[in-house]
Design a protein around this ligand. Structure first.
Ligand SMILES: Cc1cc2nc3c(=O)[nH]c(=O)nc-3n(C[C@H](O)[C@H](O)[C@H](O)COP(=O)(O)OP(=O)(O)OC[C@H]3O[C@@H](n4cnc5c(N)ncnc54)[C@H](O)[C@@H]3O)c2cc1C
Length: 386
């Protein structure tokens, strides 16, 4: 049940043996939003690199990835009149840059293979019955021999994914990790003067959370921070927590001050490949006159500036809520699901797929790919009684 990428991935493998129940009047409402409507559905990394990008979830997700990998997904779309292309950063999109083309191609293919899609069919409840399941859909009761729960997570509930899968999994004996926002932007306490930097993107920046360092592209917003570096790590953050950003990774400030004594400090900061408005905001924050010459730079200013550039502290005011986070981290605990089949360890015939599972992946097309891959593997297993 569900009509997102995970359910469509399952139906690709099941054909006429499956039926989809989707509460919306169409499939893939979240898929349509993805990549700002352009749908970054996969990543063109090599298999080994792709798995490595899945981080702590790579081992668990490996069987699903091998069941239907990134090359298979790209080829499937290409062969069905949806040409795709990979950007230099590896992100894969449809050539039309329209998410509807990916969704329509998957839906058409699934229907061609014989899966019946029941639209506007909200599943209200699911109960075990004998060796199968009983689904309550509107006034009807539907019997199913096997069930693939692919009704998404709890993020962006407006799309239809409102945590239903978690409630059903709990009812069927599973532990559910309480969902927290993932792939979410953060707002920063006492943010000005950095609000003037909204729109600035710093490639390959370093973020420090506790003792852990992460790197990626950073984006300044009107009220805080975003970009892959923040989105990918937001599940590790909490309101009130202090995070640190590194603007001068090689600690070059003192050398530059010595080498260019007649330059203004704002120009010296720009030599660290920082945009001028960010340099000005840093100096304003530290109450350092931007036109101060390097040769006349006070010792206290020098010390404060160096400390800021090598580990600027920002306190998190709040994290984007589940209502608008791109994904959640939480859901059905992975140790209660067999990774090789996606089958429940407790309830035979019950399979899970997609964002209902407690994994969280970085931006870059990994979430949609793995939703389709887990759905595909769940369906193969259900068909073959694994
Ligand atoms: C704004 C935004 C941008 C994103 N961009 C990207 C991106 O560029 N690349 C990427 O890889 N990922 C992206 N994601 C994440 C990606 O879209 C999801 O990880 C993916 O859609 C999850 O697929 P799923 O099938 O598990 O769940 P969903 O896509 O959430 O699908 C679940 C379906 O189940 C249906 N359903 C729920 N409850 C019921 C019920 N009771 N009865 C019947 N049907 C039900 C829902 O209506 C929904 O259609 C983005 C997410 C958002 C919100």
């Amino acid at each position: 049940m569900g009509g997102g990428p995970a359910a469509l991935g399952a139906a690709l493998a099941c054909g006429k043996a499956a039926q989809i129940f989707e509460r919306n009047a169409f499939c893939g409402k979240k898929l349509l939003l993805s990549g700002s409507g352009q749908c970054n559905f996969a990543n063109a990394l090599t298999k080994a690199e792709f798995l490595s990008a899945l981080g702590e979830f790579r081992t668990w997700l490996k069987p699903a990835f091998y069941a239907f990998d990134n090359a298979a997904f790209m080829q499937l779309l290409e062969e069905n009149s949806c040409p795709v292309f990979a950007r230099d950063d590896g992100k894969v999109f449809p050539q039309s840059m329209k998410s509807a083309d990916v969704r329509d191609t998957l839906v058409n293919l699934v229907q061609k293979r014989g899966t019946k899609i029941n639209y506007s069919s909200k599943v209200q409840d699911i109960s075990p019955q004998g060796t199968g399941f009983l689904l309550k859909v509107g006034n009807a009761t539907i019997q199913a021999e096997k069930l693939i729960l692919a009704s998404g997570g709890a993020a962006w509930p407006e799309t239809g994914s409102d945590g239903f899968s978690y409630r059903i999994a709990q009812k069927l004996g599973h532990q559910v990790l309480a969902p927290v926002p993932a792939l979410a932007s953060i707002r920063i306490r006492d943010y000005p003067p950095f609000d003037t930097c909204a729109g600035i993107s710093l490639p390959q920046s370093t973020l420090i959370i506790g003792k852990d360092r992460f790197s990626g592209d950073l984006l300044f917003t009107h009220q805080g921070l975003s970009g892959p570096l923040i989105l990918d790590n937001s599940r590790r953050m909490q309101p009130g927590q202090t995070i640190r950003l590194v603007f001068d990774g090689q600690d070059r400030l003192f050398d530059l001050l010595q080498s260019y004594p007649k330059k203004q400090i704002v120009s010296i900061l720009q030599m660290l490949a920082l945009p001028k408005s960010l340099c000005e905001a840093i100096l304003l924050k530290l109450q350092i006159p931007k036109d101060a010459l390097a040769a006349h730079f006070k010792a206290a200013h020098r010390k404060n500036l160096r400390a800021f550039l090598t580990g600027a502290e920002f306190i998190i005011r709040d994290i984007e809520s589940l209502a608008s986070a791109m994904s959640d981290f939480g859901g059905i605990q992975l140790n209660e699901v067999v990774a090789k089949s996606m089958q429940s360890r407790f309830t035979p015939g019950l399979y899970f797929a997609g964002e209902s599972l407690a994994y969280s992946l970085p931006t870059g097309g990994f979430s949609i790919q793995m939703a389709v891959s887990t759905g595909y593997l769940a369906a193969l297993s259900a068909l073959n009684d694994i």
